[in-house]
Design a protein around this ligand. Structure first.
Ligand SMILES: [Zn+2]
Length: 377
């Protein structure tokens, strides 16, 4: 996602998403849940349709626009869908499209992705009004949603810029509205005259070219353990039982805790980096996918590296700093001292160069190579 808009009138503007808690009445909560289940139904129907086309070998020819054009017919066939705002339904079709594009992209990258999955209850947790004002708008401390009603919203901090989209989501502890805004004047941080490269660590979260090490937070590991325990408890309990339902609820809460802690950690780490550096170089992920093996790829996704990069890009844009993806290869193998290529297995923690004698932490060496590659561009 591109966090910056083109410059307009010399003032740089950025996007930002605000998340607010909704406090619906029981009847409104029921209405929200109904819209969510209608959207999920449409998602699965649209996916099924694509699957049929795909099985017939017409998968690539069928587009988002065709499905969107067929929406009125689908609505005529399923009157339940008339209870949902038309733009919200269009966004559901767009989600199917995105899932498909992602599927094709991964095939192109040489991966073996699973077919986009059908969404069960509890998996499909949000719907979007793609145009602020078109069915969703704020009115004081009330969020007015077409076909649902006027729901109280806790605006715990002021919103800036021009609201563009509204996404309503169901989480373990209730309902939320995410309002994304554009044209927010950025608040540049002072330039510090320093650049760095960063790389994801094998054991740590990340390492900078300056040798700074950011560990994975301990409380996060503890929360993950609790998550695993909650998962086992659900698996043990009898399907359909009340005890299982309770366990499922607890599991959802644990998931939410882990997600929040991770996101909080990412935000803090990203802020620290953009405060310390004007430009941050990191490795282009597509190159990484080609070069590195599957096991490492898994540890990267576990650490939420992709989510962190997105947050870092936004924070940097926000602060008037730069994040640059460098298509560097062999960042782990090459010696940052002399350039000599030194193949090493994943278990080798330290880079020791036979030609120039450099001894350095493996990840720091990689981060330095990324910095060099970035500066050489
Ligand atoms: Zn060397």
């Amino acid at each position: 996602m591109e966090p910056m808009e083109p410059q307009s009138g010399g003032i740089r503007k950025a996007y930002k998403t605000y998340k607010y808690r909704l406090t619906p009445t029981p009847a409104q909560e029921q209405a929200l849940a109904t819209v969510l289940s209608r959207c999920r139904m449409l998602y699965n129907v649209a996916l099924e349709q694509r699957k049929t086309w795909w099985d017939r070998g017409q998968g690539i020819g069928v587009t988002y626009y065709q499905q969107k054009a067929e929406l009125p017919d689908v609505k005529a066939a399923c009157p339940e869908l008339a209870e949902v705002n038309a733009q919200v339904l269009q966004d559901v079709i767009l989600r199917v499209e995105r899932a498909y594009l992602d599927f094709f992209r991964r095939i192109k990258d040489g991966e073996m992705p699973g077919y986009p999955r059908f969404q069960g209850w509890g998996r499909y947790n949000s719907f979007t009004y793609p145009q602020y004002g078109g069915g969703a708008a704020l009115d004081g401390s009330v969020l007015s949603l077409s076909k649902i009603g006027r729901i109280h919203i806790r605006l715990h901090r002021p919103m800036e810029g021009a609201p563009k989209t509204v996404t309503i989501s169901r989480e373990a502890d209730g309902w939320y509205a995410c309002i994304s805004c554009a044209e927010i004047p950025i608040a540049p941080l002072p330039s510090v005259g320093c650049e760095t490269g960063i790389d994801v660590g094998l054991k740590v979260f990340l390492v900078t070219a300056n040798g700074e090490v950011i560990e994975n937070p301990r409380h996060y590991r503890k929360a993950e353990k609790q998550l695993a325990t909650a998962q086992r408890r659900v698996a043990r309990r009898k399907k359909g039982s009340n005890r299982r339902k309770k366990a499922v609820k607890l599991l959802a809460r644990r998931h939410q805790t882990v997600r929040r802690q991770r996101s909080d950690f990412h935000h803090k780490t990203a802020l620290m980096l953009v405060q310390q550096f004007d430009t941050i170089y990191l490795e282009d992920l597509q190159v990484r996918n080609m070069v590195r093996n599957r096991r490492l790829a898994k540890s990267i996704s576990d650490a939420g590296w992709g989510q962190f990069r997105t947050i870092l890009a936004f924070k940097a844009a926000w602060a008037g700093k730069r994040v640059v993806a460098v298509p560097a290869q062999y960042t782990t193998q090459d010696c940052s001292g002399c350039g000599e290529r030194m193949p090493k297995s994943l278990s080798v923690r330290t880079h020791v160069c036979p030609s120039c004698g450099l001894v350095m932490d493996r990840d720091e060496n990689a981060a330095l190579n990324i910095l060099r590659a970035g500066q050489a561009r």
